[in-house]
Design a protein around this ligand. Structure first.
Ligand code: HEM
Length: 421
């Protein structure tokens, strides 16, 4: 296509502020076709073993097109994973975000049943306690301190450990496995090796946990009311998860919960510290927190984009043909700043009309929409509120500017966020 803008999704520097590039795409090139002869792995800092980066894909930027596409999972299939690589699931079927019909609906119903509000809601006080404990340690470490390593990263890991029923004494091991597992998303060969070893250990750990739960049940012992118990027992069309499916689901839940909420917390803290009037408004009118969380997610989508890995037929988006067997990158973050859907989209404002701000696409839409959205929102709100209440003098450290992590292909996040209080 001629006259394309110079948009390059692999341009590391462009990730510092991707929004002008998205705006150009929406205006001039709503379906952008990247087709380069080859991308050096080093250039995108991709994992050389896991990620064989795709160099031929279509990026979709406008709100209307993104929402329509997300609701057509028959044409825009997900089965080869959400990343720039093409993956084949070990069982040939995949799980949740890596799965298509007819498998996806069954898997999703089982997991949604395990995440019922009656299981998650009673955990609110425990999530608050996790934040408080982290802040005790953070405060004790003394200012200046890095809010990402000291708070934004550990809080979601400890929360998901709680939700999945990992006992308190195992949380440190769980944190290491979870940290290492995330390395597979964009590390070097050594990081990949570590992530693989940790993944095996994590699987062994969960295999045993599942076996113990099954044994307890057979012996008539009342199992704990957590997500793991419900994941084991929930069924759809008379079928429960096999052990293999359970392990895949647990692994995906771990990454999907942690490698999103941690970025949302960091982005939220930075936005509130750079918008003092918003912070004051929230202190005066705490009822606004719910909408503030939505605006944080809209304005800085933690998952800026994900892939639909195969078009199952020739199709047309915004009048532009996309052939069958193409990869399509869905730009949630560009849609979230589309003036056709949001007034003054580049302004961070928590007084937007609720129906306007809630239409953001940071949790996706359609068949694969985030099934942990309620938990993600809860974690984000509790983490931010607790932080600002405990450290009312919190401010960015003027001597150590915050640094974005530009190595992440899909993710909007801070590598470091040095603060004082
Ligand atoms: C602020 C935090 C979060 C953000 C921004 C987020 C974002 C997303 C997005 C954009 C998708 C859609 C993927 C697609 O369409 O391809 C998604 C799916 C998913 N999310 Fe989240 N997520 C968050 C928190 C969580 C949490 C806490 C959990 C688990 C407890 C979770 C579990 C999942 C799962 C399992 C899927 C796949 C659903 C499916 O394919 O059916 N997420 N998330």
């Amino acid at each position: 296509m001629s006259g394309q803008p110079s948009y390059d999704p692999y341009d590391r520097a462009g990730r510092e502020d991707p929004y002008p590039g998205y705006s150009e795409l929406r205006d001039r090139c709503p379906v952008h076709h990247l087709d380069v002869p080859g991308v050096e792995v080093d250039r995108i800092n991709a994992n050389p073993i896991v990620a064989r980066p795709t160099t031929d894909f279509y990026s979709v930027a406008r709100y209307a097109d993104v929402t329509a596409l997300l609701q057509d999972n028959r044409t825009f299939a997900s089965g080869q994973g959400p990343g720039p690589e093409r993956l084949v699931a070990p069982d040939g079927v995949g799980m949740l975000i890596y799965a298509d019909e007819p498998h996806h609906t069954r898997q999703r119903r089982i997991v949604v049943a395990a995440f019922q509000p009656k299981v998650i809601n009673p955990m609110r006080p425990d999530i608050e306690r996790i934040c408080e404990r982290r802040l005790d340690a953070f405060e004790a470490s003394g200012a200046p301190a890095d809010l990402i390593a000291g708070y934004a990263e550990p809080v979601p890991i400890e929360t998901i450990a709680l939700v999945l029923g990992v006992p308190a004494e195992d949380r440190d091991r769980f944190k290491r496995w979870s940290d290492d597992t995330l390395l597979a998303l964009g590390g070097d060969a050594e990081a990949y090796e570590r992530s693989y070893r940790s993944l095996v250990e994590l699987q062994e750990y969960f295999s045993q946990a599942v076996a113990v739960r099954r044994k307890d049940l057979a012996a008539g012992t009342e199992p704990p009311n957590d997500v793991l118990t419900h994941l084991i027992h929930a069924e759809y069309e008379d079928r429960q998860f096999t052990d293999e499916e359970l392990l895949m689901a647990l692994q995906i839940l771990l990454v999907a919960a942690v490698d999103t909420t941690n970025h949302a917390i960091g982005n939220g803290v930075h936005l509130l510290l750079t918008h003092p009037e918003t912070r004051e408004l929230l202190a005066r009118e705490p009822d606004r927190w719910g909408l503030a969380v939505e605006e944080i997610l809209r304005y800085e989508a933690p998952a800026q984009a994900l892939f639909r890995t195969t078009t199952t037929a020739d199709t047309v988006v915004a009048g532009i043909p996309i052939p069958a067997d193409a990869k399509v990158r869905v730009l949630f973050a560009a849609a979230n700043r589309d003036p056709a859907a949001f007034r003054d989209p580049d302004e961070f404002r928590i007084d937007r009309d609720p129906s306007e701000v809630r239409r953001h696409l940071s949790f996706g839409r359609g068949a694969h929409a985030c099934l942990g959205a309620a938990l993600g929102r809860t974690m984000l709100e509790i983490a931010l509120r607790t932080l600002l209440r405990r450290l009312p003098g919190l401010r960015l450290d003027p001597e150590n500017p915050a640094r974005r992590d530009l190595d992440r292909f899909h993710t909007r996040t801070w590598a470091t966020l040095p603060v004082r209080w």
